[in-house]
Ligand binder design. Structure first.
Ligand SMILES: C[S@@+](CC[C@H](N)C(=O)[O-])C[C@H]1O[C@@H](n2cnc3c(N)ncnc32)[C@H](O)[C@@H]1O
Length: 241
């Protein structure tokens, strides 16, 4: 028996999500032999190939038109967690074509209706083309999704520096080298009990070494667990002393 989905949304939204996940899976299989793209691996390959340009720029160019959406089961878990926590203020780093953002918006819309609280999904994307496509998908979903999202275009280390509400949940689905600087940018706005979710922390552990050392250091204020999703999904609860 297949496992039940917690997502409640109009049929056209569910249909779009399932199409977008399929495109993402197909594209990832085409880029990586592992069937999953880890920024640290791809960057390493580009370095080995020895192109004359900066491997980081090559990587950004390669990824410009690629979907690398958060896995469907992780999106569903995140949706469940948002509802369970009563979370309404969420930061998503990064957004790409906005697949996980749709789940966050649906969950926040539901939590706001249940609690009467205000809130927003702050999405972040540095590539203008990706941001435009994400907005197109959100418009296709309709106002239930679109009105919950504040998309900040540009480098998230700048766009997240100001105007953050007290944050309930931070989703780190970003190139691993950016994850610790992103956490440090959002940290002053995290509420006690806030949750940080980080994708691929088992298979991408090498790239995440600095983030994981920071989160897991004694006295860090974070209570950590690696959830057993494919490639790992770290759940860190902020419990400042
Ligand atoms: C793994 S994808 C996000 C996938 C998305 N969460 C989803 O499920 O559809 C990571 C995105 O972060 C964006 N990104 C990378 N560096 C960034 C930066 N400094 N500021 C904002 N976005 C950035 C990339 O362009 C890429 O689209």
């Amino acid at each position: 028996m297949s496992s039940p989905s917690p997502i409640s949304a109009a049929p056209h939204i569910l249909q779009l999500l399932s199409e977008l996940h399929q495109i993402s899976l197909d594209q990832e299989a085409g880029i990586s032999k592992k069937g999953k793209v880890f920024s640290s691996d791809v960057l390493g390959d580009l370095q080995i190939k020895g192109s004359n340009s900066n491997p980081k720029d090559d990587f950004d160019r390669l990824m410009l038109d690629k979907f690398i959406a958060l896995d469907e089961d992780k999106c569903q878990f995140t949706y469940q967690l948002v509802n369970a926590m009563g979370a309404t203020n969420i930061v998503e780093a990064g957004t790409s074509f906005g697949v996980s953002t749709i789940y966050l918006a649906l969950a926040v819309s539901k939590t706001k209706a249940a609690t009467g609280k205000s809130g927003v999904v702050i999405a972040t994307e540095k590539e203008t083309e990706k941001a435009a496509i994400a907005r197109k998908y959100w418009a296709q979903c309709g106002p239930e999704v679109e009105k919950e999202i504040d998309l900040r275009e540009g480098d998230l280390l700048e766009t997240l520096k100001s105007d953050l509400p007290e944050v309930d949940l931070l989703l780190l689905d970003i190139w691993s080298a950016l994850s610790l600087p992103t956490l440090k940018t959002v940290l002053p706005r995290l509420r006690p009990g806030a949750v940080i979710l980080t994708d691929n922390t088992i298979s991408g552990a090498k790239g995440y070494a600095d983030l994981l050392a920071y989160l897991r250091a004694p006295g860090s204020g974070f209570q950590n667990m690696t959830l057993p999703f494919t490639n790992g999904f770290e759940m860190s609860v902020y419990r400042p002393q």
